[in-house]
Design a binder for this molecule. Sequence first.
Ligand SMILES: [Cu+2]
Length: 256
Amino acid sequence: MRKALALPTVALAAAAFPLLAVSTASAHEGPHSYQADLAALNASGVAGTGMVTLDGNTATVMIEATGLLAGSPHAQHFHIGAQGACPTDADDENGDGFVSVTEGAPYYGAIGSSLTTTGDTGPDSGLAIDRFPTAEGGSISYERTFEVSDEVHQAFEVGTAVLVLHGVDKDGSGAYDGDVMSDLDPSLPMEATAPAACGVLETAQMGAAPAGGAETGAGSTAGTENQAAIGVGALAAAGAVAAGTVAYRRRQADQA
Ligand SMILES: [Cu+2]
């Protein structure tokens, strides 16, 4: 009797498995495109778009952004492993006048890829400021193809990959300066490392439908969707963020 009972279960599993296999295979088949609409942080005035095509772990990244501090380098990363969301200027928890990287991390996570112009693109290059784009005339036009880690690839698939551009001239002095020092490196001004723009990398809408159109209702943006998601899982994210922040600081210490 046991065998007889077991048979239907086996049959069901066998019937279900091909379907799972097919859907998994199709999810990984061919290149996938993602888009981030960059929203300003720290009142930077930065606007722009990030486009990423992933073919396996090969990423082709295009970033067009304006409103950046002219003539200065801007660190830019894929952040991963948190909520797949962006903070707002209201998330200045310590009241120093900046949304810092630390304060943004509960939303967008730790560095997954460093979007450098040459050489290494891993998290260790997160503050390799001499290999990030300089905003000539306040604009960045970036394109590079490189290999991402499995963790980054997975973050794209589950919607937790976030594009973040750093460096904001908040006091309008024309340089990275000021009395508030960076939460990442106390020898640097906060202006040099604070996030200037953030956008969640979402599956690109092929065809004419505008991003956030049909599915989420008119007027919805990535930002407001993210606000709704913030309440759930914030505590769980906090632990991961603390670990990421420590790792980030450790890497920074290694570079010093
Ligand atoms: Cu970053």
